[in-house]
Design a protein around this ligand. Structure first.
Ligand code: GLN
Length: 236
């Protein structure tokens, strides 16, 4: 089996170890005998999403989001088509925000988002920083590190990834975290996220290949991930 992954704006949208999510997906794919190749997309490049089964879009400062907003909007139609087609993807923090309808920034500006996810992000007065523990119906407990000012609100049709147990998550109300939408997962969890939540990586790979992968619990990567996760859970 072969998979192609596109990593959007790696040099601009890559805060708090987010690149580690791509490294984890590449390593975990090998646990399943999947040959994965990663391409990088940045400002002004040609982009043909029809050749990709996986997408990663990391976090960024307001400045970085401003920098990419116009370029990203140029690809709105093909990103929307790719999501409808079922591309699997992980969107972290700023990347998550940019696929909503709008993104309020700390300087009072508002960026137009792609309106692919049923969310909007309003400017937040305080930064939400710290360890995050959430409980997901689909994945059980998930852990990560959040650092954002934006408050993301899901509309009626949005299904949160998880309920917040410790920390904030989507917004100041600290009720829910992230979103699960078609084959996309949006989250505020940096860290990077996937190495401590490998069950989510397995879900993304399964969606990308179009079948449920039988969890490989024997690999050293899996064992290290589980012990890392347990150490964080124990410290929270
Ligand atoms: N700039 C956005 C905010 O502060 C996203 C931050 C991030 O991606 N870590 O809410």
């Amino acid at each position: 089996m072969k998979l192609k992954l596109i990593y959007l704006y790696p040099e601009i949208m890559n805060t708090y170890g987010d690149r580690g999510n791509v490294m984890l997906l590449e390593a975990r794919a090998k646990d399943y005998g999947i040959e994965i190749s990663t391409d990088y997309y940045t400002l002004g490049d040609q982009l043909d999403l029809t050749q990709y089964q996986l997408l990663f879009f990391g976090g960024g400062q307001d400045k970085g989001q401003n920098l990419i907003a116009r370029d990203l909007m140029y690809h709105k139609a093909q990103l929307s088509d790719a999501v409808k087609r079922g591309i699997a993807g992980l969107l972290v923090c700023g990347g998550y925000q940019m696929l909503g309808s709008e993104v309020g920034l700390a300087d009072g500006g508002v960026l137009e988002g792609l309106s692919i996810l049923p969310v909007k992000t309003l400017v937040g007065k305080n930064r939400k920083i710290g360890n995050l523990l959430v409980q997901s119906e689909q994945f059980g407990s998930l852990v990560g590190f959040e650092n954002h000012s934006g408050n993301t609100i899901l509309d009626q049709s949005g299904k949160a990834l998880a309920q917040t147990i410790k920390g904030y998550g989507n917004n100041d109300s600290a009720i829910d975290e992230g979103i699960i939408y078609r084959n996309l997962i949006g989250t505020y969890m940096h860290g990077p996220f996937l190495p401590k939540n490998i069950q989510v990586a397995d879900w993304l790979l399964s969606r990308a290949v179009g079948k449920d992968l039988l969890t490989n619990t024997q690999s050293s990567l899996y064992k290290v991930s589980i012990s890392a996760r347990e150490s964080v859970l124990g410290a929270l």
